[in-house]
Ligand binder design. Structure first.
Ligand code: SF4
Length: 561
């Protein structure tokens, strides 16, 4: 029931409910329901969830969907057939928030026609804006911050039972002791729903939540709370379970993943130690981790990437700028000299490493000369790619409070374009070096071009299609091959290169493809039957029925660090 104020429960720290704890795409993927599901569909509640932002949000959506499925919910194919529509939101840039408020404006019409529809705003924007969400969109029933997502099933039930709108958020960073604030950001990683993953054979695993770095421009420490690591045993157990379900590649995610530290008595486990434990898991082929904070790129971690065969040598280490003065204003905690020293150590140990960066242009007070240093860095650092953003002031951050947003929008746009053009030239040069090499590729699905060509048509596994996959260094490769190769590791001979992708031919007549049966055997009897029921055309994209991921700009996929 709408109207009235939001009912706010005590923070989870006060009572406690659970004591344990970007691929970028705007495509909606629809999957067929199993026949049994179709029969009971009308008797159950249906959810539509739209995810904006980074991998952390994608994983959060996966967990929310899994929790609701355990409460008998199914995924809706459209908002029109949904009983609840959720927006899992991002606050890193104003643009992402604007998208959510636009979507809320659209869903208002459906809510007017179907007052029983539950509309929810989840995630970072909910934590940041709190009551403001309902001031701007009074038809919203649920406002739930990222530290309270485990409560969503109960909250939806409350709303459906006529309990009125609900607000569940964690404490502000100034709202109590560090311990109390940390407890109010209860993260949870229960069993997830394999159908929500970008693909059935790739999954994210959270290593930690929150961030304590407080860069001047960044809202993450405020909306995601203090940095809190998960126990290594929990992470390894989750990885083993995912592998048993058929997962071949895991990506460890944390806002500053390489800051990972878990203390147990006198023993400290760091990310390098965690990678050793994960590398030993049979059936797992690839391990990635994002996002890295430059000062925590330690020698032991670099050695682990160099020495562990399953660890991808793709490293996202955002520099953010090339000027010491700007880095100081950003409160990044390092100089450009220190960044270059880190890059030198990394490249010396792993010459073939693919390093990527984020850049912010037009940050407060950025002069032409300062911008030139960012341009120089992009031209010389040989980044595989860079995710480039115009500065967007975020309420609650130090920059918002203390530094004027004084670079005109037109100048921001020009600098953004200049940096993108410089990076495109560097990326093309880097990719051209791959022509004539043979790369092992994990086949993720059909390419965007093939997706447009095929639309929603069902296609036989033997049909030839343009597929896409990624190398160990995270380069995208497209090639023509049968659809049955989706989810397998194949060798591809690279024949051509563009700035953002490679193209080639599958080597040796597909002889190196791992049979799907092998995956099924790895899955064992406990593997969920739905996992391999997925239409291969659907397996190529980044969503599932009732879910979209929108508004994810390249760096949204790696928001953090
Ligand atoms: S930019 Fe990264 S390191 Fe800095 S506060 Fe945000 S999440 Fe933390």
């Amino acid at each position: 029931m709408l109207g009235g104020g939001l009912a706010r429960s005590p923070p989870a720290s006060a009572g406690g409910f659970y004591s344990d704890e970007m691929r970028r795409s705007a495509v909606t993927v629809r999957m067929g329901f199993a026949s049994g599901e179709a029969r009971i569909r009308r008797m159950t509640k249906r959810l539509w969830i739209e995810t904006v932002g980074c991998q952390m949000n994608v994983l959060d959506s996966e967990l929310v969907v899994a929790a609701l499925r355990r409460h008998g919910w199914e995924m809706a194919r459209t908002t029109a057939e949904a009983d609840a529509v959720f927006y899992n939101t991002c606050s890193v840039r104003q643009h992402a928030e604007d998208k959510v408020y636009s979507a809320l404006g659209r869903i208002r019409l459906e809510k007017q026609q179907r007052p029983g529809l539950v509309v929810g705003v989840l995630g970072c924007m909910a934590q940041k804006d709190q009551e403001l969400v309902r001031k701007r969109a009074p038809w919203v029933d649920l406002v739930v911050g990222p530290g309270q997502l485990h409560r969503v099933p109960g909250l939806v039930d409350d709303v459906l039972a006529g309990g009125g709108p609900r607000l569940e958020v964690s404490l502000d960073r100034t709202g109590g002791s560090r311990e109390a604030i940390a407890q109010s950001f209860e993260s949870y990683d229960p069993d997830r729903d394999p159908q929500m993953r970008p693909t059935p054979f790739q999954a994210f695993i959270r290593t930690q939540t929150g961030c304590d770095k407080f860069c001047a421009f960044c809202v993450v420490p405020h909306v995601r709370g203090p940095e809190q690591a998960r126990a290594p045993a929990t992470i390894v157990a989750e990885a083993r379970k995912l592998v048993a379900e058929g997962c071949r590649e895991i990506t460890l995610i944390g806002q500053t993943v390489n800051s990972y530290r878990w203390k147990d008595g006198g023993t400290t486990t760091r990310l390098a130690d965690l990678l050793v434990l994960l590398d030993a898991i049979d059936g797992l082929d690839r391990i990635k981790f994002v996002t890295n904070y430059p000062r925590d790129m330690t020698d032991d971690l670099i050695a682990a990437v160099r020495d562990l065969p399953k660890v991808s040598y793709y490293l996202h280490v955002p520099a953010q700028h090339g000027s010491d003065a700007v880095l100081t204003r950003m409160k990044r905690g390092y100089s450009i000299g220190e960044y270059m020293e880190m890059l030198g150590r990394l490249r010396e140990a792993i010459p073939h490493a693919a390093v990527t960066s984020d850049f912010i242009v037009g940050f407060c007070g950025e002069t032409d000369a300062e911008f030139q240093t960012a341009l120089d860095l992009v031209r010389t650092a040989d980044f595989k790619s860079s995710f480039i953003f115009k500065y967007s002031p975020r309420p609650g951050t130090k920059a918002f409070d203390r530094q004027p947003d004084d670079v005109p929008e037109t100048v921001k746009k020009e600098r953004n374009q200049a940096l993108e053009e410089a990076q495109a030239a560097v990326s093309l040069a880097g990719n051209l070096r791959f022509i004539g090499t043979r790369q092992q590729v994990l086949v993720e699905g059909i390419s965007v071009r093939e997706e447009r060509r095929q639309g929603e048509q069902a296609t036989s596994p033997e049909s030839l299609a343009q597929l896409k996959g990624r190398t160990m260094c995270d380069r995208i490769v497209v090639f023509d091959a049968p659809l049955r190769l989706v989810g397998r590791l194949v060798d591809v001979d690279i024949q051509a290169a563009g700035a953002w992708s490679l193209a080639g031919d599958v080597a040796d007549g597909l002889a190196d493809a791992v049979p799907l049966e092998h995956l099924l055997q790895n899955g064992g009897a406990d593997a969920p039957p739905t996992l391999y029921d997925i239409d291969l055309t659907a397996a190529s994209s980044s969503g599932r029925a009732g879910t979209t991921q929108t508004g994810a700009t390249p760096a949204d996929t790696t928001a953090g660090a």
